[in-house]
Write a protein that binds this ligand. Structure first.
Ligand code: DGL
Length: 286
């Protein structure tokens, strides 16, 4: 890994890979770290304060590994901890996520948009402030989706059970006349073929991942003056659970990425994260 700093991306599990793939596509010469906190997935039904504790330690861990930009590729973690992390690590640029209510409201013709996300995402202040700022007269219909994150983590992307779950969650939204569907959890883009089958073209789907990757490139330009050249990005992944499970999922979810990825184990011990991988000398910590 180079000494120019790393873009670190994290999520409760493999969902953030739906963002990571866009970052790598837009910034192919950047080295990246990806952390999947699969020991604690799903985050969505946990309290915001518990998720905040995980995120603050993950932030510390990623900085010890040499991260110079941290992308929170998880709506739940952003809802729980984005503001907190910016306060605790004021010198670190964070890129967070929020459900794409703004573009959905701008595009709707029917006056109704649907948002799929976790319970914790809807509970956070971030979501209520999004509604205050952008919903206007548009009917923003929220839907929590228990079981979908687990389905993605288990690789059950197109099974009959997953399709049945999606039908249960999407049918009321479609009946209410939505014409825009916001994917407010980074695991859900991996279910797109199944979502498409249920929706049958009745609503447009909005995945904010490409916009998050553009924002990451912008932050890189502001902090380092732009992407590096003459280098092929290298990628190191960590999971807090089973390395072989993550390896299998990376092959399954990102067959097109073609990137060589090194996968390591990070362990939670007494609320702190450790890895045997050597710590970078470029660590920024307070
Ligand atoms: N990918 C996370 C998100 O965007 C998943 C949440 C979970 O672990 O429940 O919200």
């Amino acid at each position: 890994m180079s000494d120019d700093g790393l873009i670190a991306v994290f999520d409760s599990g493999v969902g953030g890979l739906s963002v990571w793939r866009h970052i790598v596509r837009q910034l192919p010469s950047e080295d990246t770290l990806y952390l999947a906190d699969q020991a604690h997935v799903p985050y969505g039904h946990r309290s915001l304060s518990e998720v905040r504790q995980f995120c603050s330690e993950i932030g510390r861990f990623l900085l010890r590994q040499g991260a110079t930009i941290i992308v929170i590729a998880c709506n739940t973690a952003s809802a729980a901890a984005l503001k907190y992390l910016r306060d605790v690590f004021p010198q670190v640029p964070f890129v967070g996520m929020e459900p794409a209510v703004k573009p959905a409201v701008a595009r709707t013709q029917s006056g109704a948009v649907g948002v799929l996300a976790t319970e914790a995402t809807f509970q956070g202040e971030l979501f209520s402030s999004l509604l205050d700022r952008y919903a206007g007269d548009v009917d923003v219909i929220t839907q929590v989706c228990p079981g979908l994150v687990d389905a993605v983590e288990a690789g059950a992307l197109e099974t009959a059970e997953t399709e049945a779950l999606l039908r249960t969650y999407l049918t009321p939204l479609l009946r209410a006349g939505i014409d825009q569907l916001v994917l407010g959890c980074t695991h859900y883009p991996f279910l797109l073929p199944t979502i498409d089958r249920v929706i049958e073209g009745r609503a447009s789907i909005i995945d904010p991942a490409p916009a998050v990757a553009r924002q990451t490139a912008l932050v890189l330009a502001q902090t380092r003056g732009g992407a590096r050249t003459g280098h092929v990005g290298r990628h190191r992944f960590y999971t807090t659970a089973d390395v072989e499970v993550l390896r299998g999922m990376v092959l399954r979810l990102l067959p097109e990425s073609g990137c060589a990825v090194e996968i390591n184990r990070a362990r939670w011990v007494g609320g702190q994260l450790f890895s045997r991988h050597p710590v970078s000398r470029r660590a920024i910590l307070r």
